[in-house]
Design a protein around this ligand. Structure first.
Ligand SMILES: [Zn+2]
Length: 377
C-alpha cells in the first residue's frame, strides 16, 4: 500500500455509521469519457441526484446527516474542476455529515459509482492504491546524474545530481577538475555520488521501486554500490537515456511498473496456494471472511467483478458467506446490503492490503467465489 494514502484508507475504513449516511462517490474523469467541464458537471449532477433519491428513505437526524454529506459533495464538485490536467483520470469522494470529507484524485480511472451505507466503499480506492504508482528513476553516466520520480502518471525531476556534485567539487577545491577530461577515478567518484543522492532520496520517499538507467557497465557499478534496501527495490534497468524524450521515459517506466505488478500478483497467488496447501487456511469464501473478522489477513485478494453476497452479524460484525446463527453471540447473521464492500472495509481497518487480480488471473480464486486471503501467520 502506498505510504501516502494508507493511513487515510485506514481512517475511512474505520467509519461505521448507524444511519447508513457514509457517502462514497467515484467519478470517471478519463478524457475519453469526460472530455469537457460540462460533461463533468452533468456526470456530477446525475451522481448527486442518485444520492438524493436514496435519501428519501431516511428521516430525522439520519436524514439531516445524510443531506449534510450530499451538500458537501455537491458544493465541492460545483466549485472544483477536478480534471486538473491530463494526469487526473478519476476522483474519489467520501463524506459523512459535516464530520468527514475527503476528495482524492486518481490517476487511473476507477469508473463511476455512488453508494451510501454504513461504511465507505473503499474497494476501488484501495485497489488503485495497492498498484505501483511511484517509481524512482536513477539516471547515471560518467558525467550525468539525475533522479526522477514517476508518480501518478507523470515525471517529477527531483535532483539534478550534476549540479549538486559540481557544487560539492567546488567546495572541496576541485574546481579545476571541471576543465579536465574525466578520468576513470573521477567517473567512479561521480557514480558513487549519484548513488548516494539516490539512496537518500529513496529513503525519504518511503522506499518506492527503483529503475536504473545507464550503460550496462554503469548500471552494474550502481547496483554494486547500492545499499541492501535500495538494492532490493530495483525492479528494472533502462539503457543510456540521453536520446529518450519524456513521453518514451514515461512509457518505459509505466511498462516496468506494470510488469512489476504482474510479478507481485504471481507471488501473491503462489503464497495463497501454499497457505491452502499447508492447511493454514481452509478453502472457500467462508474461511476467507472469517480470517478477515479474526484480523488474520495480510492481503485480501479479489477477482475483478462485483463479488459474492456477504453476510454479517449485526451484533459483533463477524462475516460469513451465509445466513446463520452467530457462533459468538447467538444473533442472526444477515445478508449485508453493502456486500463485498463491507469485507473490504473490515479488512483494511484491520491492517490488510487489497489486491485485485488482473484479467489474466480472474479465475484463480473461483473455488472461493473470487475472494481469497493471504494470512499473516
Ligand atoms: Zn456475532
Amino acid at each position: 500500500m502506498s505510504t501516502f494514502t494508507s493511513p487515510l484508507l485506514q481512517t475511512l475504513a474505520q467509519v461505521n455509521d448507524e444511519d447508513d449516511a457514509a457517502i462514497s462517490v467515484y467519478l470517471d474523469l478519463d478524457p475519453s469519457v469526460t472530455p469537457t467541464r460540462a460533461d463533468m458537471a452533468s456526470r456530477v449532477r446525475s451522481a448527486v441526484d442518485r444520492l438524493e433519491t436514496a435519501s428519501d428513505r431516511r428521516s430525522g437526524e439520519a436524514k439531516r446527516t445524510f443531506e449534510d454529506g450530499v451538500d458537501r459533495v455537491h458544493r465541492f464538485l460545483g466549485e472544483q474542476d477536478l480534471r486538473g490536467g491530463a494526469e487526473v483520470h478519476g476522483a474519489a469522494l467520501f463524506a459523512l455529515g459535516c464530520e468527514v470529507f475527503e476528495a482524492l484524485p486518481l490517476w487511473r480511472s476507477a469508473g463511476d459509482a455512488v453508494t451510501a451505507g454504513g461504511r465507505f466503499a473503499l474497494r476501488r480506492l484501495a485497489v488503485e492504491d495497492a498498484r505501483t504508482s511511484q517509481v524512482l528513476l536513477v539516471i547515471a553516466g560518467r558525467e550525468l546524474g539525475r533522479v526522477v520520480l514517476l508518480r501518478d502518471g507523470r515525471l517529477i525531476e527531483l535532483v539534478d545530481a550534476d549540479q549538486e556534485i559540481e557544487n560539492r567539487h567546488h567546495q572541496g577545491g576541485w574546481a579545476a577538475s571541471k576543465l579536465q577530461r574525466y578520468t576513470d577515478r573521477q567517473a567512479e567518484l561521480h557514480l558513487a555520488a549519484v548513488v548516494e543522492i539516490a539512496e537518500r532520496t529513496h529513503a525519504r520517499l518511503g522506499q518506492p521501486p527503483i529503475v536504473l538507467a545507464g550503460t550496462a557497465e554503469n548500471s552494474a557499478v550502481m547496483r554494486g554500490r547500492l545499499g541492501q534496501e535500495a538494492s532490493a527495490a530495483v525492479i528494472g534497468e533502462l539503457p543510456n537515456m540521453r536520446d529518450f524524450d519524456e513521453a518514451s521515459v514515461l512509457r518505459e517506466l509505466t511498462a516496468i511498473a506494470e510488469r512489476h505488478d504482474g510479478e507481485r500478483e504471481r507471488a501473491m497467488l503462489e503464497r495463497h496456494a501454499e497457505q491452502l496447501g499447508r492447511g493454514e487456511l481452509a478453502e472457500g469464501l467462508d474461511a476467507a471472511l472469517i480470517a478477515i473478522s479474526e484480523s488474520r489477513v495480510q492481503t485480501l485478494l479479489l477477482a475483478p467483478g462485483p463479488g459474492p453476497e456477504v453476510c454479517a452479524c449485526p451484533q459483533c460484525g463477524r462475516l460469513s458467506d451465509r445466513v446463520q446463527v452467530c457462533p459468538l453471540d447467538g444473533s442472526f447473521i444477515v445478508v449485508e446490503p453493502m456486500g463485498l464492500e463491507l469485507a473490504v472495509a473490515e479488512a483494511i481497518s484491520r491492517g490488510a492490503d487489497v489486491w485485485q487480480l488482473s484479467d489474466a488471473n480472474r479465475d484463480a480464486l473461483a473455488a472461493s467465489a473470487g475472494v481469497g486471503v493471504i494470512t499473516r501467520y
